[in-house]
Design a protein around this ligand. Structure first.
Ligand code: 5GP
Ligand code: MN
Ligand code: MN
Length: 321
């Protein structure tokens, strides 16, 4: 496999993941980064956005930094969990000029960028692909890497609830537990410990639910004002969209989130629109039609129009359901 040879030959690597990183982005970067470091390579882990506080328990998390260093010093860039190169944020063009660009991802909408690719949309997560690579590289998986891989798979499968929960996902997570991962601790940290503010925020967001005329689509929104009022941050938004997915008859749940311009993100105020499917509807294709992307069950896009217009547009999606 060309990607394996590239990794073996590389000496100085920059590992990148998508803006607003999730557990899969963070876990796969940490696991691969540690393995490459143990192979004697010079490795830097970079992300443009802040790392959500809930992932602070992961060993080595402080190694993911927002300073990419001197980009001309790297022979290889590894882009993880990104359907297209622009998902890494403002550095995309410069990263595209690093001599060897590797693309490791599981998004159905992956554009096929890079010199060599490991792209498999049947994989539960990028963490699963990193596990396969580490196995092929004969890397010893230590407890820190095991936590990273477990977290990647556990979060991207929604704690083994989503349709991408494959036998492979269970198998790898089982092995990670054998290697020392405390699965109860991870579950408690990621899915069972919330600030009071987050619950108040959930309350406010749920209050905004509207259901389309045919009952098949739910739409909610979240504003910066709500974050201020509940003293919460973007860290607390994770997972809120799923609540409206569980409503009877709803097939597609939408959360429109007012986003503050991130550095390097678009300087204009904008909305991040998250879509979740509760069945046969492929929301990845819907998001791609609006310039975004994702998976059949979870996808998103960015919009620069008004909240009112986005709501109208989103409710129009329900006509085709
Ligand atoms: P979320 O709604 O949690 O932000 O994102 C859901 C899924 O869509 C994730 O797999 C994420 O990587 C992908 N995604 C989110 N935003 C974008 C985007 O702007 N462009 C693309 N291509 N994918 C996105
Ligand atoms: Mn991701
Ligand atoms: Mn992923």
């Amino acid at each position: 496999m060309k990607i394996l040879e590239s990794l073996k030959e590389s000496r100085s690597l920059l590992l990148l993941t998508h803006v607003r990183p999730d557990g899969d982005a963070i876990g796969s970067a940490l696991a691969l980064g540690r393995a490459l470091t143990l192979m004697g390579k010079h490795v830097r882990l970079y992300n443009e956005s802040p790392i959500p506080a809930i992932f602070r328990f992961l060993p080595g998390i402080e190694q993911i930094v927002s300073d990419p260093g001197n980009l001309s010093a790297y022979d290889t860039a590894v882009v993880l969990d990104c359907s297209d190169l622009s998902r890494v944020g403002s550095l995309a063009d410069e990263v595209g000029r690093i001599p060897t660009l590797l693309n490791i991802d599981h998004h159905m909408t992956n554009t096929g960028f890079g010199c060599h690719r490991l792209v498999d949309s049947s994989a539960s997560s990028t963490g699963e692909l990193v596990y396969r690579l580490l196995t092929d590289l004969d890397a010893d998986i230590d407890e820190g890497m095991a936590y990273a891989i477990y977290t990647a798979i556990f979060t991207d499968t929604g704690s083994f609830l989503f349709q991408n929960t494959t036998p492979e996902a269970y198998f790898i997570c089982g092995r990670m537990v054998e290697m020392g991962v405390d699965s109860y601790k991870v579950a408690q940290t990621l899915f069972a410990t919330y600030s009071l503010g987050r619950l108040k925020l959930l309350n406010m967001v749920l209050d905004t639910i509207e259901i389309s005329g045919n009952g098949k689509l739910s739409v909610m929104y979240l504003t910066q004002e709500m974050l201020r009022e509940t003293e919460t941050s973007v860290d607390d938004i994770n997972g809120l969209v799923n609540y409206a997915k569980h409503i009877e008859d709803v097939q597609v749940a939408v959360l429109i989130q007012e986003s503050r311009p991130l550095s390097g993100d678009s300087p204009k105020p904008h909305y991040h629109v998250s879509l979740r499917s509760n069945g046969p509807v492929d929301v990845g294709t819907i998001a791609a039609a609006y310039g975004g992307g994702g998976h059949p069950g979870a996808a998103a896009f960015t919009s620069f129009t008004s909240l009112k217009d986005i709501k109208k547009e989103v409710l129009r999606i329900s006509d085709a359901l």
